[in-house]
Design a protein around this ligand. Structure first.
Ligand code: DX5
Ligand code: ZN
Length: 218
């Protein structure tokens, strides 16, 4: 498989340090950090204090998923915490191209997130400005939802668009990922998979073993 990025929203927050170690030992590549504002989605999630703590506790890179109405407001905190990559949603009421450029200037790999009901072709005007796309396999806001099967075909369509670009574009899939649909996504062209509740955090043999097994399966 490609890159496994574990969503810390699904970790055991009472024993977060243990989960970070277990993920590292199990072969996790990145931490996926979900930020919500209670407006773009009806929920709240991780915050930058937690990201700061994670940064001091582990050397793994971070990809930040901004489910917020005003992603530009978070740029200083992303920069201060040396977040390697961040994605905001295409549907946000912001100047998308300007913010993608601003992120790049700030040293953050810029990305766009796309909801299941938004066509992948809507990304076309911005793909030259993106290093990555976060393709949602569920409606954003809550973990533990069932993967929407049409996502695999959407990965294929985005991979076809990528071939016309003539430059690299990382495709990451987020939401409801497990071994089988994860494999289907990587076969269709995905480079990174977000491992959440089903893939690694709610398996009876623990996070490390689940992480290893997931890696071997996809
Ligand atoms: C959904 C979040 C996901 C989610 C993934 O709003 O963006 O990152 O926590 O968790 P699972 O894999 O359980 O859907
Ligand atoms: Zn996410």
């Amino acid at each position: 498989m490609g890159i496994l990025t574990a969503t810390l929203a699904c970790a055991d927050w009472l024993h977060l340090g243990d989960d970070l170690r277990a993920l590292e030992r199990g072969g996790c590549d990145w931490y996926h950090l979900d930020i919500m504002d209670g407006h773009y989605v009806p929920n709240l999630c991780l915050n930058f204090d937690l990201i700061r703590a994670v940064r001091t506790a582990s050397p793994l890179p971070v990809d930040c998923h901004l489910m917020v109405e005003n992603p530009g407001d978070y740029l200083p905190q992303l920069t201060q915490n040396r977040v390697e990559r961040a994605a905001f949603h295409l549907g946000c009421p912001v100047d998308t191209a300007a913010l993608l450029r601003e992120m790049r200037r700030a040293g953050i790999a810029p990305g766009l997130a796309l909801n299941p009901d938004e066509p992948v072709e809507a990304l076309s005007p911005y793909l030259d400005l993106c290093d990555w796309v976060l393709l949602m396999g569920v409606k954003p806001g809550f973990s533990g939802q069932a993967f929407l099967p049409g996502t695999v075909e959407r990965v294929g369509r985005l991979a076809a668009l990528r071939r016309t670009l003539g430059r690299p574009l990382l495709i990451e899939v987020d939401g409801g990922i497990g071994p089988e649909n994860g494999r289907a996504c990587t076969d269709a062209g995905a480079d990174a998979l977000v491992a959440g509740a089903f893939a690694v955090f709610s398996q009876p043999d623990g996070v490390e073993a689940a992480c290893r097994r997931f890696r071997a399966a996809v």
